[in-house]
Design a binder for this molecule. Structure first.
Ligand code: MN
Length: 147
């Protein structure tokens, strides 16, 4: 489910989701978002942060407080991408965020990731996690605290 007030973004997000086999539902007025989420029971909520009426941050908090909706993964999309904004978005309860203008690849990867982690059995590990165990520490961990 997509909560977004900008028609071009709605079109773009819907197209991207449809290409990946999803059946997107768009909500343009965030005041209707909670009710729509209860009706659709979406696998994922993608919400803009800059929304009139109920802001994306408030919407994320409302979803997280809602008994029925609290476990749905949330991906925020925002034009602002300072680390402070990201912290606030994550603190509100979103698992991921993508900054605008969005990268089509990053958008698709993040959607895939959230849908996978929320619905798949725990024994199916992504490739890079597996190779970490085979090869020892990955490049990200090399030279950490030894110097
Ligand atoms: Mn907006």
């Amino acid at each position: 489910m997509i909560v977004e007030d900008n028609a071009l973004n709605i079109k773009l997000f819907c197209d991207l989701l449809a290409v990946h086999g999803q059946e997107p539902e768009a909500v343009t007025d965030s005041r209707n978002a909670l009710e729509a989420a209860r009706n659709f029971s979406p696998d994922l909520v993608i919400t803009d942060i800059q929304l009139p009426h109920v802001s994306g941050l408030d919407l994320i908090r409302l979803i997280r407080k809602d008994e029925e909706l609290a476990r749905i993964p949330i991906m925020a999309v925002t034009a602002y991408s300072t680390s402070e904004d990201e912290e606030r978005i994550r603190a509100a309860g979103a698992q991921a965020y993508v900054s605008k203008p969005i990268s089509v690849v990053r958008f698709a990867e993040t959607v895939e990731e959230l849908l996978t982690t929320s619905s798949e059995a725990p024994d199916e590990q992504p490739d890079d996690t597996t190779s970490e165990f085979v090869d020892g520490p990955g490049p990200g961990e090399a030279g950490g605290e030894e110097s």
